[in-house]
Design a protein around this ligand. Sequence first.
Ligand code: GTP
Ligand code: MG
Length: 346
Amino acid sequence: MVNDQIVNKQCSQTHRSGFVNIVGNPNVGKSTLMNALVGERLSIITSKAQTTRHRIMGIVNGEDFQMVYSDTPGVLSPNYQLQRQMLEFSRSALVDADVLLYVTDVNDNPDRNADFLTKVKRICNQSGSPTSANGVHSVGRAEAQRVSVPQSGTQPAAVAEREGTRVFLIINKIDLTTQETLENLVAFWHSQLPEAEIFPISAQERFGVSQLFDAIKEALPVGPPFFPKDQLTDKSERFFVNEIIREKILQNYDKEIPYSVEVEVESFKEEDKLIRIDAVIYCERDSQKGILIGKGGSALKRVGTQARRDIEDFLQKQVFLQLYVKVDRDWRSSTSRLKHYGYDLS
Ligand SMILES: Nc1nc2c(ncn2[C@@H]2O[C@H](COP(=O)(O)OP(=O)(O)OP(=O)(O)O)[C@@H](O)[C@H]2O)c(=O)[nH]1
Ligand SMILES: [Mg+2]
């Protein structure tokens, strides 16, 4: 008994855990980086900006650590309610990070979303003192506190006191540039964020990712895990099915179509050897419905085939996928529809 207590005490003194929030401009590779760090294909990735619309957690568990990553939408100047909600997800990630990964890439324009960068600079200057939520609701730490798991033989886990947010500046896509340009970029970012550690990486080619992983682990505060050690994410299987279908829509259609579409799984029935999924693709206008379906249903069929393959990979089971297209007029601008689709932070 006494020995058990000693072991548990030692464990709680060396166990590290914390929130690692990934933010930055659209298309710089935030989701590619999160998937590389987590080692799972959780976030969808496409060459189009504004691919990610939610804050998505990916949890990495080790014997003596738990890293709770959050992928977020790229920062933007919102034009409609959906984009306002997306920006709220990105902002929420500034207030509850133990380690903030500000991701830029070799082609990024640092003047884009200068306000957001100013906030990151402020956090960076304050590193060493805790940042406060200032009334902004956070979906990360606040919720995790509620599900903290007691370690066997100890008191219910206390939430580790955060000492301050560490900021890591990630320069991604270094596979696309020269050494000289990279050196200039490093110098530029060092002048912008002198307190930040800078990591030039290629998330896609996995250059520098394991070094970054180790540095993140070292930067986490000592504390018990926030989630059960076998948990991988905060999102449901249905959410990832929606996302995989949306990824195929982003890849198969142009212009406004991908941005006007939301996907919802209507039924998900697990049978012995097969999962039957019915999903609805909602668009804003009748004309978009026609484009989504295509001539004789050919476009929708292509999306269905590509999505089914990836869903089977993800769920590790055979899938029968039925897709429908419906119009939900102006859903992107309707607060109640956005709430229904899961874009509500409050
Ligand atoms: N060459 C190169 N391309 C990359 C790298 N990392 C990501 N990409 C590509 O950049 C594009 C955008 O990647 P995402 O991971 O979706 O970017 P994001 O920042 O999450 O984008 P949003 O969710 O739209 O904000 C995709 O085409 C990726 O394949 C990299 O290291 N090198
Ligand atoms: Mg993304």
